[in-house]
Design a protein around this ligand. Structure first.
Ligand SMILES: NC(=O)c1ccc[n+]([C@@H]2O[C@H](COP(=O)([O-])OP(=O)(O)OC[C@H]3O[C@@H](n4cnc5c(N)ncnc54)[C@H](O)[C@@H]3O)[C@@H](O)[C@H]2O)c1
Length: 471
């Protein structure tokens, strides 16, 4: 099929590359000239596993880049809108980018087209998109508006897109639904997975994935409700971790005990420094606002957000309790992105923590495998950017782990011990086993588990780190 994807950010670029890999002809449209030039030159503007391979495979053949929305719509059966929907100051989703795209579509309608909301939008957006297109003189029978929310996670975006748990299609008639069924047929009928050159299958993949057809309103709600539920799960376990700290219990054990209940499940039960990123914070606010406008005060979401903010404050208190005063202290920070596997620092709790530490007079030496360049743009000159975790740790008063990159869970701990001024590790992602850290001579603070201090005697050897748990 011929597809236009408008917006070539984290979602649009991945969706465009994956649609091309499924065999469709894709035009990726963006109004950011710099980004388009970089894409046309063969650069990959975001850090995402398998994306370079897919772009290399399809660039200039099945996947082209353009700033000409009109021409892209003319050439397409389906137009996916994947532009940003950032929060307004009041917490609503700012839909002006979506509206701007919608109002440019009608002049290019030259036959039946499906306009698909890929961006995360509040319920009723599809009705507005339809109204805007009609207002701009498109015949009502010449198009339909569908909702096809995206559930990919940054860091594993390509794999999530091609091996989804489910595909949700919100369509209010069969003609419209059948276009989306055809687009996703290589996945839902399984032909993609039989190919030699398909992207490697992850663990837990459901093949073929189910395609769930709902009304457009339900699909819009599914996306907001999913993100709200996941954020709630994170805040819930963070709240439980706080209770564990008060009573001297171990949240890891509690997680194992509750996560093995099949009604609850173990995923997203990883205590930490709170959720961040470009989705959860804004989507929760937008969901609360849309519920409020519809007459429902979703107070549960207020509490989820409150716990999340408090989690960062609790972490700062841990840093203070480990180091007493902060002014003049030199801290090594591992991880700046909002999670492992990505270079995205939007609403990153790690960045927020570093900013607070700088305000309190600390000097920070930071390392992130992918987000360093983006972080440089928002952090001030008091942050030194290190070449490696060990470079960051050199002479530091303590090491802070803020993002769950695999490489941070596999550090050479003896080398680290020898580099730090004081062997203090404050781990916001629970990457290591407390007893093992104590045995190696570290004072080790983590989330929801007792603080441990070094055992007397020489540095022990042979402790293997835990692997990173991924939700
Ligand atoms: N990032 C994620 O993990 C994720 C996951 C699921 C859903 N979403 C949702 O998908 C949407 C996009 O998110 P993102 O992270 O890809 O955003 P992004 O900011 O990375 O990308 C948006 C892109 O849209 C382009 N754009 C804006 N206005 C345009 C216009 N009028 N014409 C052409 N291009 C235009 C921008 O230049 C930018 O490249 C959001 O609604 C987000 O909530 C994001």
């Amino acid at each position: 099929m011929h597809i236009a994807v408008v917006g070539s950010g984290y979602v649009g670029l991945v969706a465009g590359a994956c649609f091309a890999d499924l065999g469709h002809e894709v035009i990726l449209v963006d109004n950011d000239e710099q980004k388009l030039t970089a894409l046309k030159r063969g650069e990959v503007p975001i850090h995402e596993k398998f994306l370079p391979e897919l772009l290399q495979r399809h660039r200039g053949h099945r996947l082209t880049f353009s700033d000409d929305l009109h021409a892209a719509v003319l050439a397409s059966d389906a137009v996916f809108i994947a532009v940003g929907t950032p929060p307004t100051e009041q917490g609503h989703a700012d839909l002006s980018y979506v509206e701007s795209v919608a109002s440019s579509i009608p002049s290019a309608i030259n036959g039946y087209k499906v306009i698909v909301e890929k961006s995360t939008v509040p319920v009723y957006t599809s009705e507005w998109v339809r109204k805007i297109i009609l207002r701009n003189a498109a015949p009502p029978e010449s198009f339909d508006v569908a909702s096809n929310p995206e559930f990919l996670r940054e860091g594993t975006a390509v794999t999530d897109f091609l091996f989804p748990d489910r595909i949700v299609v919100g369509a209010d008639n069969e003609r419209c639904a059948s276009v989306l069924r055809a687009i996703y047929a290589p996945l839902t009928e399984g032909s993609y997975y039989k190919r030699q050159d398909s992207i490697p299958q992850p663990d837990r993949a459901q093949i073929p994935p189910p395609l769930i057809v709902t009304s457009t309103k339900s699909a819009e709600l599914i996306k907001h409700a999913s993100n709200a539920f996941l954020a709630m799960k994170i805040s819930f376990i963070n709240a439980v971790a706080s209770v564990c700290e008060s009573v001297g219990a171990n949240v890891q054990q509690v997680c194992q005990g509750i996560g093995t209940d099949s009604r609850i499940g173990p995923r997203f039960l990883n205590p930490g420094i709170g959720y961040g990123g470009s989705c959860f914070p804004k989507d929760l606010k937008a969901f609360r606002e849309v519920a409020r406008e519809c007459g429902y005060e979703f107070r549960l979401l207020d509490e989820v957000m409150h716990i999340n903010e408090e989690q960062r404050n609790r972490f700062l208190r841990k840093v203070r309790s480990a180091l007493w005063t902060l002014r003049g202290k030199r801290l090594a920070v591992l991880g700046l992105a909002f999670k492992g596997g990505t270079d995205d620092i939007r609403e990153s709790p790690a960045i927020m923590l570093v900013q607070t530490l700088l305000q309190e007079g600390c000097r920070v030496s930071a390392y992130d495998p992918a987000a360093q360049e983006r972080a440089r743009e928002v952090l001030n000159s008091r942050v030194e950017f290190a070449e490696s975790p060990y470079d960051a740790a050199q002479g530091a008063d303590a090491l802070l782990i803020l993002t769950e990159w695999d490489e941070f869970a596999a550090l050479d701990l003896q080398r680290l011990h020898s580099l730090l001024k004081y062997p203090i590790v404050i781990d916001g992602r629970n990457l290591y086993d407390p007893e093992s850290m104590a045995a190696l001579g570290f004072t080790y603070h983590s989330i929801g588990r007792p603080v441990v201090t070094p055992e007397v005697g020489p540095l022990a050897t042979g402790v293997s780190p835990r692997t990173v748990k991924k939700s």
